[in-house]
Design a protein. Structure first.
Length: 414
């Protein structure tokens, strides 16, 4: 059990009062409390001011309150799992005296950097989100706070409300803002474990999400892929983008992995041609068997390198040429602003790199066991996978029933 004791180390008229805090035999720290006393007015036996004047009574009461404050912080720290040090003790004293030194990690952008530097197994997507959060905060400090730095201990409900309004004013959606508020909470929680004081309202902060109808699942089915394959294209850029688009629908990878495939990724194992790559987001090594249609694309020459921006633009143009005009509910940018506008559009208008992985997952769902598809697409759970392709657990049950029916004749022969 932690114990606390006050003591003097000097006989000077204005001697500093020290606090000695002991958690166990090896965890003992001593720091100045910020209060002074004449040793003549100090009881060494009771380790407190002698109660012979109103001023000394107030000093004793203040030291008693400091003891309560330190012990309360210790109990909170035990539940949070923080590391107790002499610096932690000094921080509690400074907090009590309302003169907390501005420690580096109390500055939000510094804690974001610390989260990145000490984060274990952060994915590329997480690192990008943390970088974007830091940019948000720096811009917010510049535009809304006139250069004042955001301190972690000041992040309360008013700050969150102002932060939301600021980004809504920039045209960002509630869900988009919510993503970064979730990341913000993770950073603040980590700072708290490092001993940085957190506002009492912080635990009340909730990340709200919009209740909206799910977006329509946009895919290219087999018939549409044939139309894309057979359409006559004049521009070399369109022919190249078509190769990437069709190959993507046949191997089910995210655009960042798809567009980086080279000859080095092509392997042959036991007479089978595969593409082997390490997924950037998951860090997972996957081997994707090449279907005849995919082999046909590769054997005609791998498509050349293309940026994601150009791939998205040319894919739309290719699909327009192939008359992929089914009306779908989706989102697209209809002006120069970055805001996505929901509405009903011809399918070619809302085609992007996402269609490749989703088409693969959806088109092969009923033909290939779900775990095998997930192994290629990189989904971490079946629930996420089914949501991704717009299916439910009932669809999955139906798929299992079909497999059971196929097995029934074999079992009846046994």
């Amino acid at each position: 059990m932690a114990t606390i004791k006050y003591l003097l180390q000097s006989k000077n008229e204005n001697s500093n009062i020290y606090v000695r805090y002991s958690i166990n035999r090896t965890s003992v720290w001593k720091r100045k409390t910020g209060f002074v006393i004449n040793p003549k007015n100090w009881s060494h036996d009771k380790a407190q001011p002698i109660q012979k004047s109103e001023e000394l009574k107030i000093l004793k009461s203040t030291l008693d309150k400091l003891s309560v404050s330190i012990n309360d912080a210790y109990n909170v720290g035990v539940n949070s799992g923080i590391e107790f040090t002499g610096d932690w003790l000094q921080l509690q004293i400074d907090l009590f005296n309302n003169k907390v030194a501005l420690i580096d990690l109390d500055i939000l952008v510094n804690s974001i950097d610390d989260y990145v530097d000490k984060g274990d197994n952060l994915t590329r997507g997480s690192l990008k989100n943390l970088d974007n959060l830091k940019k948000f905060i720096l811009k917010y400090e510049s535009e809304a706070l006139k250069g004042k730095q955001v301190l972690i201990r000041d992040i309360d409900l008013n700050f969150i409300d102002a932060f939301k309004k600021y980004h809504i004013g920039k045209g960002r959606s509630v869900n988009y803002i919510g993503t970064y508020l979730s990341i913000l909470r993770a950073v603040v929680n980590k700072a708290s474990l490092n001993g940085v004081p957190v506002h009492s309202q912080f635990k009340q902060i909730k990340v709200l999400k919009e209740n909206k109808e799910p977006d329509e699942i946009i895919i290219l089915d087999e018939l549409e892929q044939r139309k894309i394959k057979n359409v006559k294209l004049a521009k070399e850029a369109h022919i190249n983008a078509r190769k990437w688009l069709l190959l993507g629908c046949l191997i089910g990878q995210r655009a960042g992995d798809l567009l980086n495939i080279t000859e080095k990724n092509l392997k042959e194992i036991k007479g089978m041609r595969i593409i082997e790559l390490k997924q950037k987001k998951t860090g997972k090594l996957v081997a994707i068997p090449l279907l005849p249609q995919a082999l046909e694309i590769i054997e005609s020459g791998l498509p050349y390198k293309i940026s994601l921006e150009h791939f998205n633009r040319y894919s739309k143009e290719v699909c327009k040429e192939a008359k992929i005009k089914t009306m779908v509910k989706g989102k697209m940018r209809i002006d120069k602003k970055r805001t996505l506008t929901a509405g009903n559009y011809e399918k070619w208008q809302v085609i992007s790199s996402h269609v490749c992985r989703r088409s693969f997952a959806t088109n092969f769902y009923s033909d290939i066991p779900t775990p095998l598809i997930m192994n290629i697409t990189g989904h971490s759970s079946e629930q996420m996978f089914l949501k991704y392709i717009g299916k439910t657990t009932y669809d999955n049950a139906h798929q299992m029933l079909e497999y059971f029916r196929k097995l029934a004749p074999e079992r009846s022969e046994e």
